[in-house]
Design a protein around this ligand. Structure first.
Ligand code: ZN
Length: 245
């Protein structure tokens, strides 16, 4: 059983399409989506459509989905994010806004050993950036493995007593998960990576082999940027894509 793990698509259809092509080539059985389908990018409707068409077994909301759906005020968002919320709300159909509003909050348990959240297992909007955030999150996890998003930075946190397993034949981008202890895994962002690598990021979790692949995929960044600029969104939203910021 292999899960395709998508997070923080952020209305970047060019990146999403490239990721789905790559994932189809490698093969997967089920899809999990950790939220932030929209916000920042210029193709919110297409990203909602493509994501729902995958019929994810887990599909939870991110903070941008929540605000774009009108469930929460954008008061805490910065100027650029707020502008993108206003634009997104103006172009989405009532049906798409309703689909966003109906997204479940995380965390969500997918299987006995597996849960997903957008920010952290104890607060859907909380960022997990470092080991101390991760320690707090691990204490509140229901399942042993938790996939999270929100930071747009790929990361894996495990217990020091039960580190990642090594050895055996693995792909270059593949790692074996700990045998017993907990693991918190961020596969990065499909549509707005922020780790300095502009390529789209996603993950493949193989339950049987107990491995995770952190994939990076090149995509038509120029196309995504043109869509943002044509929409009249802030230029920074286009610039940051080529910088991976
Ligand atoms: Zn996000």
């Amino acid at each position: 059983m292999r899960y395709l793990i998508l997070s923080d698509i952020h209305a970047n259809a060019h990146a999403l399409n490239a990721v789905l092509d790559d994932a189809s080539r490698l093969g997967y059985d089920r899809t999990l989506c950790l939220g932030d389908l929209v916000g920042y990018g210029g193709a919110p409707a297409e990203c909602i459509e493509r994501t729902f068409a995958l019929a994810p077994v887990g599909l939870i909301r991110g903070n941008h989905d929540k605000v774009c759906a009108g469930l929460e005020s954008p008061a805490l968002f910065n100027d650029v994010a707020r502008k993108s919320v206003e634009w997104t709300r103006s172009v989405l159909s009532a049906g798409d806004l309703a689909r966003l509003a109906a997204l479940e909050p995380g965390p969500k348990v997918i299987a006995r050993d597996l849960e997903i959240c957008h920010g952290s297992p104890f607060d859907e909007d909380h960022y997990i950036f470092d080991a101390s955030d991760a320690e707090r999150a691990i204490l509140t996890m229901t399942a042993r493995l938790c996939f999270f998003g929100h930071t747009h930075v790929p990361a894996v946190f495990t217990s020091s007593r039960d580190p990642m397993q090594t050895g055996g034949a693995l792909e270059p981008d593949e790692m074996r998960l700990p045998k017993r202890g907990p693991a918190l895994i961020n596969v990065g962002s499909v549509g707005q990576p922020r780790d300095g690598d502009a390529r789209a990021a996603y993950g493949l979790f193989d339950v049987t082999r107990r491995t995770v692949r952190l994939r990076r995929v090149t995509y038509d960044i120029r196309g995504a940027q043109q869509q943002i600029l044509r929409a009249g969104l802030p230029t920074w939203l286009a610039t940051r894509l080529e910088r991976g910021q």
